[in-house]
Design a binder for this molecule. Structure first.
Ligand SMILES: [Zn+2]
Ligand SMILES: [Zn+2]
Length: 317
């Protein structure tokens, strides 16, 4: 089912996705393979006992497995259909938000006119009754709050964050959690593999230990370890930075697009603000039910209910 959206995409985008997937898999396997080689070749590392070694291997490949899972869920799933919001008739009349630059201002929008609700319930995309800024000029469909038209994907995406080239897909309401988890597991894998590599090099630099490692391993490592170190270093800096940035956006309940608009008040007027406090913002992103707690680290879309009064402000689920 998750593949259905991927199959509907233009061939060029599918090809791009496959190329990036091969690149990502290749990079991860180089780093993971090097860490495995180091783990199994280090003669004096504390993890060299059979049990400890297996635990380290399990940790490294477990994290890498989760990294792949989150990557493919992000890449293959639909980022967020705008018509999902249309079905949520019950929530529309109560939806509210405040405008940027008007602290404490009374809730302003965004209940739809009754005609829109009727059109939505009938499945007809009649947008003639809607304000100009609520209709996508490309798709000619109703564009709910926080949705944006992606010019690369050529479709409207609900709660669009940005278009990510690495997954060749938009990051939106449906796959934002999977994307953040992909960043999290990437950084975790880098840290784990980095520890293994540093310890291995530290041991290998001692002359006595050098003799204990086979020449073949030394030759392989002399190529793999520097390459992996560069991959780890670059990934940790950039992916770590992106992960931190996404945590900030979650905490303030913003998308990258909204943040960009809010940073440029001269160009963008009356940008809606959805911030309802860090705790509530996090609850709205991660979900607030007991099931969401169990699936926090899995790339499963959360219920995103939040509190009854503000939960749906986050996103028109
Ligand atoms: Zn559109
Ligand atoms: Zn896109």
């Amino acid at each position: 089912m998750i593949m259905s959206d991927f199959c509907e995409r233009p061939e060029a985008m599918q090809g791009e996705s496959i190329c990036f997937a091969v690149l990502v898999i290749g990079l991860v396997l180089v780093v993971g393979g090097t860490a495995t080689l180091c783990l199994s070749s280090d003669p004096v590392a504390p993890w060299q006992s059979a049990v400890a070694s297996r635990r380290w291997l399990a940790a490294v490949w477990g994290v890498i497995g989760m990294q792949f899972l989150c990557y493919f869920v992000t890449m293959l799933s639909h980022p967020g259909r705008v018509n999902e919001w249309e079905k949520d008739k019950e929530e529309r009349p109560t939806q509210s938000l405040t405008l940027a630059g008007a602290p404490g201002a009374a809730p302003v929008l965004s209940a739809l006119p009754a005609a829109a609700a009727a059109a939505a319930s009938s499945g007809v995309q009649d947008t003639s009754h809607l304000p100009h800024d609520q209709v996508c000029k490309h798709c000619k469909v109703h564009k709910p709050p926080r949705a944006h038209h992606c010019s690369i994907c050529e479709r409207c995406v609900s709660r669009m964050d940005h278009h990510c080239g690495w997954v060749s897909n938009c990051i939106g309401m449906n796959n934002h959690k999977a994307f953040v988890l992909f960043l999290f597991y990437t950084v975790s894998a880098c840290v784990l593999c980095g520890i293994v590599l540093v310890r291995f090099l530290a041991h290998l630099s001692k002359p006595k230990m050098h003799r204990l490692v086979s020449k073949r391993v030394v030759v392989a490592c002399s190529f793999l370890v520097p390459v992996s170190s560069i991959i780890i270093l670059v990934s940790t800096v950039f992916v770590g930075g992106l992960f931190g940035w996404n945590l900030y956006l979650i905490a303030v309940n913003q998308t990258t697009i909204e943040n960009m608009k809010l940073s440029n008040p001269g160009k963008y007027k009356n940008v809606p603000v959805y911030d309802v406090g860090v705790q509530e913002n996090v609850r709205q992103f991660c979900g607030a039910s007991w099931l969401d707690c169990f699936t926090l680290l899995l790339p499963i879309r959360s219920s995103r209910r939040g509190s009854s009064s503000t939960g749906r402000v986050y996103s028109p689920v």
